[in-house]
Design a protein around this ligand. Structure first.
Ligand SMILES: NC(=O)c1ccc[n+]([C@@H]2O[C@H](COP(=O)([O-])OP(=O)(O)OC[C@H]3O[C@@H](n4cnc5c(N)ncnc54)[C@H](OP(=O)(O)O)[C@@H]3O)[C@@H](O)[C@H]2O)c1
Length: 300
């Protein structure tokens, strides 16, 4: 295993317990172990700890015993239901310790878990992982954190082994909120790419050819994000440039029409067409394209 981040720098080397040894939990444990943290691991299905034990981790068959080995307990399982199923029976053992929770969930789930933790004397930090398993411990991995600032600061240098550690605030739901918002932007990009690939594919163009074109175009267009954000944050969508609702509706109607003509499904593009049409119907044709945000925020 190659660890490319921070392993030689001074950092916290607190004992850590990792609960959940799926693809992500295993990689988290590997990186912390290689970074010098005495690491205890537990997984529901026995056997998944074996490779980590071979690398020096302590495997435990009992979750309560695993927890009492470390002041810091990392939980990374499939979903919140699984996480709650694991931690609730061992609240007593977790009391006085810190839980950093990496399982992906909603902001509400994170806040509810933070409330549960506070009621049991457990310090709680929630995290959103902007990484895939092979990225963890390497440049490019990004971890978002929210919840207890004291705990985040105490363990921060060790957490930096996993990837860039960014803290968003005491509201435990914030890491999840940012995580899901960033993923929304990512999925929008991929969805747009898939639709575009289907369009050029109707003329026999390989997706590989289109990928380079799309990457260059989308990269250039990201420069417009702060411009749109300024309209959204001010709530004033008055614009003198051509990027109006009416201008974009016309362009977008053409995309939808071309898709239909070429036999490409419009499932991905029809919702934005509807949002633009709604803005025009409301008399906002001359407003900035960014006004689409208002329709999304209002739930239509
Ligand atoms: N993989 C990614 O690229 C990625 C990226 C970002 C975020 N995430 C998030 O990270 C979390 C973990 O993902 P992963 O890829 O590591 O998943 P995974 O490989 O499918 O592993 C799931 C883990 O959850 C455990 N688990 C499931 N149900 C359980 C239950 N009822 N009780 C106890 N343990 C249970 C599994 O234990 P068993 O071994 O016993 O089945 C396993 O350790 C998920 O929330 C995922 O959305 C994943």
């Amino acid at each position: 295993m190659t660890i490319e981040r921070n392993t030689m720098s001074q950092h916290d080397r607190s004992p850590v317990t990792v609960i959940g040894l799926g693809a992500m939990g295993t990689r988290i444990a590997e990186v912390l172990l290689a970074g010098g943290h005495p690491t205890t691991v537990w997984n529901r299905t026995p056997g998944r700890a074996d490779p980590l034990v071979a690398q020096g981790a302590v495997g435990s068959g009992d979750v309560a015993e695993a927890i009492t080995a470390s002041p810091l307990v990392i939980v990374c399982v499939l979903d919140y239901a699984a996480a709650r199923e694991i931690v609730e029976p061992v609240a007593g053992e977790l009391a006085g310790r810190t839980v950093i929770h990496y399982t992906t969930g909603t902001p509400r789930q994170a806040r509810e878990m933070a409330q549960w933790a506070a009621a049991h004397g457990i310090e709680y930090v929630d995290s959103g992982m902007m990484a895939t398993p092979p990225m963890i411990g390497k440049d490019g991995a990004r971890f978002l954190y929210s919840g207890s600032k004291d705990a985040f600061e105490r363990y921060r240098s060790g957490l930096e082994l996993l990837g860039t550690a960014e803290y968003f605030g005491e509201d435990a739901g914030l890491a999840s909120l940012y995580d899901l918002a960033l993923l929304s932007a990512m999925y929008g990009m991929f969805a747009g790419f898939f639709h575009g690939a289907a369009l050029v594919g109707s003329a026999g163009v390989p997706a590989a050819d289109f990928a380079g074109q799309a990457a260059a175009w989308v990269t250039a267009m990201t420069a417009g994000l702060p411009y749109d954000a300024a309209f959204i944050d001010s709530g004033d969508y008055t614009t003198a440039d051509e990027q109006t609702i009416a201008f974009n509706k016309s362009g977008f109607d053409t995309i939808v029409q071309a898709s239909r003509e070429e036999g490409v499904a419009v499932d991905l593009v029809a919702p934005l067409q509807a949002l633009l049409a709604h803005q025009v119907a409301e008399g906002n044709g001359a407003a900035s394209f960014a006004r689409v945000f208002e329709g999304i925020r209002a739930g239509r």
